[in-house]
Design a protein around this ligand. Structure first.
Ligand code: ADP
Length: 397
């Protein structure tokens, strides 16, 4: 194999990665996609090639206890598989770029120190993202690294869209709406001109519906608003996060129920949303197959909340031309798409049931005044593109 770029998405218990071939005339080519899961418990590595065929599935040494160990284990596998090839650069998904990092950034010690200051804004993601960067600095000191942020794509939003209406001194300390899932939205915006040219320059809502879920309002391909704000807790109902709730509830958890900050954090990030409502599962596929009233309520709320927020973002956009579904639920569940579109019929969305259940790109009828689409996201490719263009890799091809 030729030299390659590595894309890393490091989480608390998993390290996801992609290997992309040096850019060809037709763009980056995916060579392998995999993950190390169960870090710190029962670590295992699974990798598929660019066509989705399994390359390897193996249990790893129980000594893979943290992100650094995982990077080492990945390095061992990469050397065994692509020993003769060079790593041209490493692109990282980094959840928070704050207000300072408005685009992908080449990493050095100074940048890493500044990203470290943002850890309190994303305590469940940022430390793991940064630990992977640190591990690559140590293990591959000559290899350039690029940070690609989930927040950057939203940084052109208006002052009112970014505002959290609290006193100035708090806002100056970083309290603003940042928005997340930006790499996913940026990818969708980048392919709209080819896939859905009739709406690419219009008013579009993209629904990224996965374990984490949010909506982004795009005008002419730029983010003007989004349902996630200061943290990844706001907006839509998610697998284990509640989405928007009255902040008075949080006060009550502290003052009325004497919960600790750690308990509240765990409740809001890990025990709420679909899991909290159903008491059964955080997984939409599981819930759709169940008949218990709690499972139905969870799905009903997910749909209700999505439709309600679509209405709100339509107001922010001053009207709507298209609705795009993406991510695990958005790409795979015809039922959820149908239900959200039905609840948004008042906007002029009409679903072509056959197109929707066949998973076609355009799922709205020709009479629909607002078109609806399914477009698979590809955050890793977006990271590879940014890494390639910042490091000048494409030119070297
Ligand atoms: P993340 O990358 O945030 O972990 P994904 O984008 O992979 O999440 O989405 C995971 C969600 O997608 C889960 O709730 C899963 O049940 C759901 N999902 C995947 N396939 C289907 C399907 N065929 N029908 C319904 N939900 C699905």
């Amino acid at each position: 194999m030729d030299d390659y770029a590595l894309v890393l998405n490091a989480g608390s218990s998993s390290l996801k990665f992609c290997v992309f071939q040096r850019p060809m005339a037709e763009g980056w080519r995916l060579e392998a996609r995999g993950q190390i899961e169960g870090i710190g418990t029962s670590p295992r590595l699974s990798v598929k090639d660019g066509n989705g065929e399994i390359l390897t599935k193996q249990d790893l040494d129980a000594g893979v206890r943290d992100g650094r160990d995982a990077v080492d284990a990945l390095g061992t596998w990469l050397r065994s598989k692509y020993g003769g090839s060079r790593v041209l650069g490493v692109g990282h998904r980094v959840v928070h770029g704050g207000s300072r990092f408005k685009g992908p950034t080449i990493l050095d010690r100074q940048v890493l120190a500044e990203l470290n200051e943002l850890v309190p804004l994303a305590p469940l993601h940022q430390p793991y993202n940064l630990a992977a960067i640190e591990a690559v600095f140590e293990r591959l000191p000559g290899v350039p690294q690029v940070a690609c942020f989930d927040t950057s794509f939203h940084r052109g939003q208006s002052a009112v869209a970014e505002l959290i209406p609290l006193p100035l001194e708090l806002r100056q300390a970083g309290l603003q709406r940042y928005g997340f899932h930006g790499l996913s939205y940026e990818y969708i915006a980048s392919v709209l001109p080819q896939v859905a040219p009739e709406i690419a320059n219009g008013r579009v809502i993209v629904a990224h519906l996965g374990s984490g879920a949010s909506l982004c309002a795009l005008k002419d391909g730029k983010s003007v608003d989004s349902t996630l704000g200061f943290t990844a807790l706001d907006g839509l109902c998610m697998g284990t996060r509640p989405g928007a709730i009255d902040p008075g509830v949080v006060l009550h958890l502290f003052q009325g129920l004497n919960m600790s900050a750690k308990e509240v954090e765990t409740l809001l990030y890990k025990k709420s949303g679909l899991l909290g409502i159903s008491g059964i599962s955080n997984d939409m596929r599981d819930l759709l197959g169940r008949s218990e009233p709690e499972a139905r309520l969870a799905v009903d709320y997910f749909v209700y909340r999505a439709a309600k927020e679509i209405g709100a973002l339509t107001a922010a956009l001053g009207g709507l031309d298209g609705l795009v579904f993406t991510a695990g639920i958005g790409e795979n569940s015809a039922e959820i798409r149908q239900r959200i579109c039905n609840a948004s019929a008042w906007l002029g969305i009409g679903v072509d049931e056959a197109a929707n259940s066949n998973g076609e790109a355009k799922i709205s009828t020709s009479l629909s005044t607002v078109s609806a689409w399914v477009i698979p996201t590809n955050e890793e490719l977006m990271i590879a593109r940014h890494t390639g263009s910042l490091l000048g890799l494409a030119k070297a091809a």
